[in-house]
Design a protein around this ligand. Structure first.
Ligand code: NAP
Ligand code: ZN
Ligand code: ZN
Length: 352
């Protein structure tokens, strides 16, 4: 049994996003049914819709920064009740039995997690998953999180991807007081990275290609701004960083950023999850520098991040859009004109 739900989909890499009806399952015993209130717009949505990673399954309904209200729960659901404000991020299932799943790192599931959209739902007949650009969603309770009551639910939506993707590596590599931390790229991920690194007590440097974003970077929590196109500025910061968080959304050389790193410093790559140009091995070896990667976060740590955001009143800086403004929002994102996350008000999408 399914129910027809209004959504927005791309039918091909060249089509604009347009209204599209999808089918959602009725909640099973361990499912939560959610009315979607808000959905953030991640640069990954754009990569996926335009098939920039070469793996898009059409029709594609993106959206993995979901905040909504519980409308129904299955008979065995214990964590949630009707009326709760909840969130769904980038994954809606995983194998639940591998070492990573058992450790609460479902994002690194050995069998690859079921992504919220463009994923394959093995428990339900290998259906392609549809994301949050939609009125309703049904998700297993193990992949649903609670949203703190004291934060703006629209501005909380981007925490589900931009938030956790920056939170997780900052925590994993113990960023904190006494460290100089650079966040590369002031977009959706980068602006959350700056807020979190600041909240964790680090000395934060915004590393940007856009000098005009400098004042915003400082307002968001950066102590310094480094314009990466300015050779003199890059030289002045050589060998001084403990940690770099790289959110650049396209392949790019790492050598200029490695030059900025101290001995034993770490560069965490989260932006360009695709083939990258090579780097100078000597630059990595000479100061025992490290390049690491990180992909979103597990369910438990995402809830920890949300709770932290409740305690510290941290949310994203958002620009609200209507569902039918999504194509224009993508064009602006491509032109690097986002301050600093678009969020769709799902009330603007009529029911199916
Ligand atoms: P975004 O809002 O578009 O921000 C990206 C920022 O990177 C831009 O604001 C810009 O900042 C900088 N930038 C853009 N083009 C650049 C270029 N050619 N060279 C250098 N810097 C450039 O994107 P986002 O939503 O933050 O996503 C960033 C990337 O992370 C995307 O590729 C996305 O797919 C990926 N992602 C990965 C994960 C993961 O789990 N690893 C999760 C979510 C997203 P400045 O103007 O400050 O330079
Ligand atoms: Zn995302
Ligand atoms: Zn697993």
């Amino acid at each position: 049994m399914t129910v027809t739900v209004a959504s927005y989909a791309a039918q091909s890499a060249t089509d604009s996003m347009a209204p599209f009806n999808i089918e959602r399952r009725f909640p099973e015993q361990d499912d939560v049914a959610i009315d979607i209130l808000y959905c953030g717009v991640c640069h990954s949505d754009l990569h996926q819709v335009k098939n920039e990673w070469g793996n898009t399954l059409y029709p594609c309904v993106p959206g993995h920064e979901i905040v909504g209200r519980v409308t129904d729960v299955g008979t065995s659901v214990s964590k949630f009740s009707v009326g709760d404000l909840v969130a769904v991020g980038c994954l809606v299932d995983s194998c639940r039995t591998c070492e990573s799943c058992k450790e609460g790192l479902e994002n690194y599931c050995d069998k690859y997690p079921t992504m919220t959209y463009n994923g394959i739902d093995h428990r339900h007949g290998k259906q392609v998953t549809f994301g949050g650009y939609s009125k309703h969603i049904v998700v297993n309770e193990g992949y649903v999180m609670s949203v703190p009551k004291n934060i703006d639910p629209a501005a909380a939506a981007p925490l589900l991807c931009a938030g956790i993707t920056t939170w997780s590596p900052l925590r994993e590599w113990n960023v904190g007081a006494g460290q100089k931390v650079g966040v590369i790229g002031l977009g959706g991920l980068g602006h959350m990275g700056v807020k979190f690194a600041h909240a964790m007590g680090a000395h934060v440097v915004m590393i940007t290609t856009s000098p005009e974003k400098g004042a915003d970077a400082v307002r968001l929590g950066a102590h310094e701004v480094l314009v990466s196109k300015d050779k003199e500025q890059m030289k002045a910061h050589r060998g001084s960083f403990d940690f770099l968080l790289d959110t650049i959304p396209v392949p790019h050389p790492l050598d200029p950023y490695m030059m900025l790193m101290k001995r034993d410093a770490t560069l965490a790559l989260v932006g360009a999850v695709e083939p990258m140009p090579g780097f100078h091995g000597g630059m990595l070896a000479a100061r025992r520098r490290r390049i690491v990667g990180s992909m979103i976060g597990g369910i438990r740590e995402t809830q920890e991040m949300l709770d932290f955001c409740g305690e510290h009143e941290v949310v994203a800086d958002v620009e609200m859009i209507r569902m039918d403004e999504i194509n224009a929002a993508y064009e602006r994102m491509e032109k690097n004109d986002v301050k600093y996350r678009f969020v769709i008000d799902m009330a603007s999408l009529p029911e199916a």
